[in-house]
Design a protein around this ligand. Structure first.
Ligand code: DU
Length: 226
């Protein structure tokens, strides 16, 4: 019930006018392949197992991915890269994420992002990231079994750092540095892992490949006691 309330609060959020306008606009200039679809075009809540031990934290909905389908990493290149890995490791029931009602379930994992609206150029403003921080904080507080947080990319990493600072888990950021494969034990006993973001910009260029990505999630599973 708590997660359901948070979901509703996120979906109806209007805190960032620039992002709301942009997301509604994407639904009006659809890609050719999706012309017959009604875009979600609202903020995208997290998704997964309420008993999750692993929190996967991305940047923001893709304009024609989660902003279209309404579920994180569903229907875009990033998801096409990530879900097969999650499935291979037993964290997702299927390797493909197509629509928000495709029956895909996560096990032991929850997927969210630091910004819940698709931002122009995939670049949210600092104020927009701050605005959205309460949504992340609420979801995190409703997921008490999380032991490992996997940050996808530096913006997600910095967003999670802001949460840790605000909640007093850490007192300064300078002890923590983003890099692919970075791993930290936080003062509260949680583990923080980082990987490059699985966007096509990284996966098409070979900056991030499936082996590198899988290795981080194998470690996450191990640290989560799974
Ligand atoms: O109705 P429900 O079983 O609580 O599922 C709601 C929602 O959460 C649905 O999109 C499946 C997903 N989910 C999941 O991914 N993993 C779980 O363990 C439970 C629910």
């Amino acid at each position: 019930p708590l997660l359901l309330q948070i979901r509703e609060t996120i979906i109806t959020c209007e805190r960032c006018p620039r992002l709301r306008d942009y997301c509604r606009g994407i639904g009006e200039t659809k890609r050719r392949a999706y012309l017959d679809q009604t875009y979600w075009s609202r903020p995208v809540p997290g998704f997964g197992d309420p008993r999750a031990r692993i929190l996967i934290l991305g940047l923001a909905p893709g304009a024609h991915g989660a902003n279209r389908t309404g579920r994180p990493f569903t229907g875009d290149g990033s998801g096409d890269f990530m879900y097969p890995v999650l499935h291979e490791l037993g964290l997702a029931s299927k390797p493909r994420a197509v629509t928000r009602d495709d029956g895909l379930k996560l096990r032991h994992a929850w997927i969210a992002s630091v910004v819940r609206c698709a931002p122009p150029g995939d670049k949210p403003l600092p104020q927009e990231i701050r605005n959205c921080g309460t949504h992340l904080a609420h979801e995190i507080q409703a997921l008490p079994r999380v032991r490992v947080v996997v940050c996808l990319g530096k913006i997600a990493f910095d967003g999670y750092m802001a949460f840790l600072l605000q909640t007093g888990v850490i007192t300064r950021k300078s002890d923590y540095h983003f890099s692919h494969g970075a791993e930290y034990l936080l003062p509260n006993g949680l583990h923080l892992l980082a990987t490059y973001h699985p966007s096509l910009r990284n996966t098409n260029t070979g900056r991030l490949d499936r082996v590198m990505f899988t290795r981080v999630f194998l470690r996450a599973r191990e640290l989560a006691g799974l």
